[in-house]
Design a protein around this ligand. Structure first.
Ligand SMILES: Cc1ncc(COP(=O)(O)O)c(C=O)c1O
Length: 393
């Protein structure tokens, strides 16, 4: 018997992640034995650091119960994260301000719920990581696009918000940025932090790509603003994407709210992974070797890819992405990415997920893979672009 049609919420009607289409197609081709070069994946191809793996194995062998931890994380990990801020940024953080989360993804949900009410407006840079916008829509918040494209020098500009009738309730920034790899210079970061404080705008700083910068080391926004929510995780520099350990540095005023939300959302981050994660912060030597590889990979792509394919790419000073401007070849990045995958076996991410306005002119290329695969990508893309131009002529 067919019953009455039950409702599906409006809040869940967020845009799909279109890049997943390309990822799925690439995975199918892989499974059929095709030789695909992967520039679409936003995660390290390297393993978690050895001491972390060892610690996990030891804790398993000791048969610790591995039940839930307290919601904000095991004290050893919160303490080690606080020490990490002293080591990397020379800032003092109390371990009570650290909340361990399930990847940084749940940290977004917690910070949006802890700091904002339904209807609040939060400025987000465009292009930007799509989950910010989608999660906000799902929570009844209003993401307000802050242009940060080629015209703005790839940077969110305070002057732009000052032109708005009403300042936003919050501002989200990410440096190094996904998809562009752009790093906000320290002086500008300081300006943004001070401006937010002066204007009562809650700043959320996604620092997940810290440790992956090829010019200067990035400072934490916490250095310049006590009210900022800093979000980070072990997924990128630390090469531990699937371990699902992230964290927030919270202003004291938000700690209790975040604790209640974490208790109700996920009870605790995976306990064995928390125990092992304490070791991650001592593995800088091993992890910096990956950063050197990314640096080489970036150079291979920047010096080897055709100029029509790179176009006016953003200055990729951090993360492991190049946001290539393919507009001289195509203004339909989804079809272009599919053709590139079909004909050259190179998987990339179309810009439309990151930028609903101009994303059809861009492809995101990840250089988190092996240097060998970057050389192969350069060879294939050059051949593809030559054929593409002949076809178009
Ligand atoms: C800018 C940015 N923030 C957050 C995330 C989510 O990371 P995780 O939940 O693995 O910590 C990603 C993943 O690609 C990202 O690019």
């Amino acid at each position: 018997m067919i019953g009455p049609t039950l409702k599906i919420s409006d809040r869940s009607k967020m845009p799909p992640f279109m890049a997943m289409d390309i990822m799925r197609l690439a995975a199918e081709l892989d499974a059929n034995g095709s030789d695909i070069v992967h520039l679409e994946v936003g995660q390290p191809s390297s393993s978690a650091p050895q001491p972390v793996i060892q610690m996990l194995a030891e804790s398993m062998v000791k048969q610790r119960t591995h039940g839930y931890s307290v919601a904000l994380g095991i004290p050893e990990l919160r303490q080690r994260i606080a020490e990490h801020y002293q080591e990397w940024y020379k800032v003092n953080i109390h371990s009570e301000q650290v909340a361990v989360t399930v990847g940084s993804s749940t940290a977004f949900a917690i910070s949006f719920m802890a700091a904002f009410d339904v209807g609040d407006r939060i400025a987000i840079p465009n292009p930007g990581y799509p989950a910010y916008r989608n999660l906000m829509l799902g929570m009844g918040l209003e993401p307000v696009i802050l242009p940060a494209g080629v015209k703005e020098g790839w940077m969110p500009r305070l002057q732009e918000m000052e032109k708005w009738k009403k300042l936003p309730d919050g501002l989200m920034i990410a440096s190094p940025h996904n998809p562009t790899g752009v790093v906000i210079p320290d002086e500008e970061l300081k300006n943004i932090c001070k401006w937010c404080d002066r204007n009562g705008v809650r700043l959320i700083s996604d620092e997940i790509y810290h440790g992956l910068s090829y010019t200067d080391r990035c400072e934490t926004a916490f250095k310049y603003n006590d009210n900022v929510i800093v979000i980070n995780s072990l997924s990128k520099y630390f090469s531990m994407t699937g371990w699902r350990i992230g964290w927030m540095i919270l202003p004291e005023q938000l700690v209790n709210a975040a604790e209640r939300l974490a208790q109700n959302l996920y009870i605790s981050a995976p306990t064995p992974n928390q125990i092992a994660a304490v070791k991650a912060f001592d593995c800088v030597e091993e992890l910096d070797k990956h950063v050197n590889r990314y640096k080489d990979n970036r150079q291979v792509l920047l010096s080897g890819l055709p100029s029509e394919f790179l176009g006016k790419a953003a200055p990729c000073d951090g993360a492991f992405y190049i946001y290539a401007d393919i507009s001289a070849l195509s203004v339909d990045s989804i079809s272009f990415a599919k053709k590139l995958l079909d004909e050259a076996g190179v998987a990339t991410t179309p810009g439309v997920d990151f930028d609903p306005i101009d994303g059809n002119r861009y492809l995101r290329l990840s250089f988190a893979g092996s240097t060998h695969s970057m050389h192969e990508a350069v060879k294939r893309i050059n051949k593809f672009v030559e054929a593409y131009k002949r076809e178009a002529a």
